[in-house]
Design a protein around this ligand. Structure first.
Ligand SMILES: [Zn+2]
Length: 180
């Protein structure tokens, strides 16, 4: 409760700093609304990707690429606490197990709902899938808009940032070719 009040007082300080009248009607509940919004937007810190994946692993002999694309996400940059809005595209090659499809967007949200930089988030999703699924290969690509580049700073509204991360199965022993 004390922490919640501290957060709300900080919001009041910001409102005063920017020149607002914190006592006007429209702003009365703003500090508590902002706190609740932040609790939701940063709820990824308390979630464990392993727990999410492990409850939905299914045996499958499919060893072709599984692609889940256009997974929209909303994150916030750790430098300005401004939105990062984008899409994640994820591919993996199963290694005896597949994961329930809805779990992949959930994994994206675990890392999106934190303060982030896009490069790091891409790698974190890739590592989490690699560790929990143990696939033959996994690749993650993220295409996103950064409000700190659009609303302020360089003000470039048409640029998007693309990052990728992958783990391949090159470490596995490949069958040796027999030459007759
Ligand atoms: Zn930023």
């Amino acid at each position: 409760m004390e922490k919640e009040l501290e957060f709300e007082n900080s919001v009041k300080n910001i409102l005063e700093y920017i020149g607002e009248d914190i006592n006007r009607e429209g702003l009365e509940k703003t500090p508590s609304r902002v706190r609740k919004a932040f609790e939701f937007m940063c709820s990824g810190y308390n979630k464990d990707p392993k727990e999410i994946i492990n409850q939905a692993l299914f045996t499958s002999s499919n060893d072709e690429m599984v692609v889940i694309k256009d997974i929209e996400f909303y994150s916030m940059c750790e430098h300005h606490i401004l939105p990062i809005i984008g899409k994640a595209h994820i591919a993996y090659i199963p290694n005896g197990k597949v994961v329930g499809l809805s779990k992949i967007p959930r994994i994206v949200d675990v890392f999106a709902r934190r303060l982030q930089i896009q490069e790091q988030m891409t790698e974190q999703i890739c590592d989490a899938l690699h560790e929990t699924l143990n696939p033959k290969g996994v690749a993650v690509m993220i295409d996103a808009r950064h409000m700190c580049m659009e609303m302020r700073g360089v003000e470039k509204i048409c640029s998007t940032t693309v990052t990728s991360a992958s783990v391949s199965y090159t470490h596995l022993t490949l069958p040796t070719k027999r030459i007759v």
